[in-house]
Design a protein around this ligand. Sequence first.
Ligand SMILES: [Zn+2]
Length: 193
Amino acid sequence: MTTEQSLLHRSNTQCELCSAKDNLSVYSLPPESQDTVEQSILVCETCHAQITQISPLIEDHWRCLNDSMWSTVPAVQVMAWRLLKALSSASWAQDLLDMLYFEPEMQAWAESDSIQALADESATKTIDNNGTQLLAGDTVTLIKDLDVKGAGFTAKRGTVVKNITLTDNPLHIEGRVNGVRIVLVADFLKKVS
Ligand SMILES: [Zn+2]
């Protein structure tokens, strides 16, 4: 039997992390990445993209570890441990991690590689209409006329706004237009410098 056939059998033809049944493939755990049954797990496309860090880790998806961390397959346990470690800023993940006790040899294997908790940076960066990141102090221009509610004027397209500041909302910046400090939608702006 090939590794894939063995894993299909072992897993009952489902993702060993989240139990999905479609688009399954073999994932060999780094750092060795040996294509052996012992060092590999069968995963779905969604899990694969996140454990190989093509996609950022989606916290909700990994609630599935609540079940799969109790797998009898060491490679699945090790993968669950690495994922929980990467997600451990979330209290539920840290709680599960605390419950997962390994013998020293397994612990060493688990710790021999790690998954970076890639935050979804696009969600926290402030991006202008061109996709350029905006930072405090930047100068931007308006790419459309904007009615400034409450201030009684329209900020014209092409208006230059210097020395912007960021806000708690990554979609908004603050800047001074006609002497009035207003909140502007980052998507209506273009960075000048
Ligand atoms: Zn999966």
